[in-house]
Design a protein around this ligand. Sequence first.
Ligand SMILES: Nc1ncnc2c1ncn2[C@@H]1O[C@H](COP(=O)(O)OP(=O)(O)OP(=O)(O)O)[C@@H](O)[C@H]1O
Ligand SMILES: Nc1ccn([C@H]2C[C@H](O)[C@@H](COP(=O)(O)O)O2)c(=O)n1
Length: 665
Amino acid sequence: MFSTVFLDLPPLVHAAGAVTLPGSKSISNRVLLLAAMSEGTTTIHDLLDSDDTRVMLIALRTLGCLVEESGTTVRITGLAGKLPNGSAKLFLGNAGTAMRPLTAALAVVAGDFELSGVPRMHERPIGDLVDALRQLGCAIDYLGNDGFPPLKLGKPALKLDAPIKVRGDVSSQFLTALLMALPLVATKDIVIEVVGELISRPYIEITLNLLARFGVQVQPDEWQRFTIPAGAKLRSPGDIHVEADASSASYFIALGAISTAADGQNGIKVQGVGADSIQGDIRFMEAAQAMGAKIDSGPNWLHIQRGAWPLKAIDLDCNHIPDAAMTLAVMALYADGTTTLRNIASWRVKETDRIAAMATELRKLGASVVEGADFIQVTPPASLQGWKPASIHTYDDHRVAMCFSLAAFNPARVQLRIEDPKCVAKTFPDYFETLFSVASSATSSIPVICVDGPTASGKGTLAAVLAEKLGYHFLDSGSLYRITGLAATRAGIPLDIANEAAIVALLNTLPIHFEGSHIWLGNEDVSELIRTEEAGMNASKVSAFPAVRSALIDLQRNFRQLPGLVADGRDMGTVIFPEAALKVYLTASAACRAERRLKQLISKGIPATLDSLRADLEARDARDSSRTVAPLKPAQDALLLDNSELTVDTSVQTVLDWWQSKQPF
Ligand SMILES: Nc1ncnc2c1ncn2[C@@H]1O[C@H](COP(=O)(O)OP(=O)(O)OP(=O)(O)O)[C@@H](O)[C@H]1O
Ligand SMILES: Nc1ccn([C@H]2C[C@H](O)[C@@H](COP(=O)(O)O)O2)c(=O)n1
């Protein structure tokens, strides 16, 4: 997951390949609660691992439920409606799929509970559900504002005779919550009557479908009355598989519709969910097809290719696909006219006011947007010049972040910044990694920051922190020369020019691979071994051989992957990435560098003296600067930074400021 303050997306050009999506949030949290409340043990396969499921799991454990996790498989020993912990305080983050159903389930069983969430959760309405539960005799108090969490639940005095009325036109989660909770107390038939038009019916279909899997056959009557039969009991189905999330699939369906494939590849394959999904958002397929996507599907997969181009503008009632419809609003940027998405009033009470958020952010990109109480109308920029680079504010809303990433395919190739990219953790923590696994940019548009300079100037430290802060890959090019020196020494090859060919032949066979900050030579983690002063000196020797340098060029350039790269070395800016957007030449006085190296070695328990270290680093600098190929020197367009008197933080901030000043935002 990208936990950076922002994530810059270079212009994306192609997309092709297969993606496997995480489990459905709606199914995951429903199944977790049903499994916890039912009789028997349920093994849930492919459960979504995200913020929203995590708060549900923590809540269930707090209530005394036995939860055993093993990867994406979770075993729940059901409580059969009896809670061992009759009082608990539950924090439910911003998970509506946890807050609403848990409120109903805990309100009908005896106990004292407090349910709270993040500030936005305390602005999301729950009054209609509370009103419905109070009709049943549930004791519920508001701890903050009336109509909103946090809530205090007490012991109910249940009255099951009259039909329970619940509004269906604000959120279908209120009805879902009642449907899942009432089997716990169905000593007689319980009737729920929906007041107002029921929105988001497909979510109710998921609820009914899953209740049936847990042994409860609710009798629906025209989507207005639902009867939970007397004697209904939640019973574990044993094993249950969670489909991939159809709302998450919408981004990749859209991706297939708007992108062209790179050579030899063919569209986007989405694995884990197919056209026969029980999730309502699968009908996003139809909307995407109406806009021009070509989609094939099988039992558990979808295959999407670009069809009509530009996409066709549509006018659609999106009541049945409220979440996935946000993706349509971004697809509208690529349409041949104005797209209108109607009947989306529920967007206003989601993670943020999504109509306002989408309108604001689409306008930043240059679109014309009209918004109303329950609709949004999007007209794309009239020409390439109409597109504007934009920093997309994401409002702590995972779907805003994910759907706007698709704007990186804009034909004007303007840059895009996604603020707070980690908000995708709510449903799809690895969203951007998955996107980058199938999307590609022109290599020349993938940003590179080069940090070159003499030994112990702090290049590695600076470059690694920059890479972390920007979410970019990191190339420690010196490690490649260090490994070459190590391998040659181990093979008994003297490190002199006469053996250049032998060293290159050996280098070409080396199974080098990188895993985070660890460097492997085959099965051996050599990260520490190559850090000695001797290894540094040997690296300096082999790095002077032209054929060794040539042999390492492609390997280094291959590090230039989405979303960007920070590369540290001696010739990053002069030879390997001469067109890099920012080149930093980092220096510090020899005295200062020797002192830093001394501290570094002593902290690792390696004895050393200041004088010998200074002599060694000056000798290394001299060799690195005087060799005939790619000598150590600043690139002509490098910015010089002497950090002798600067802390690491100040150096990092200086370079980040330089980088920001080059961005169009
Ligand atoms: N600005 C700074 N102020 C103080 N200490 C620093 C600064 N930058 C780096 N250091 C420290 O100096 C030591 C050497 O830094 P680092 O290993 O990053 O240098 P380097 O240039 O990559 O060296 P080499 O080229 O030999 O790999 C580290 O212990 C690091 O924490
Ligand atoms: N791009 C590079 C990186 C490193 N070298 C050589 C010269 C250095 O003395 C040696 C070790 O590098 P370090 O790990 O200390 O950065 O490798 C080079 O020639 N070109």
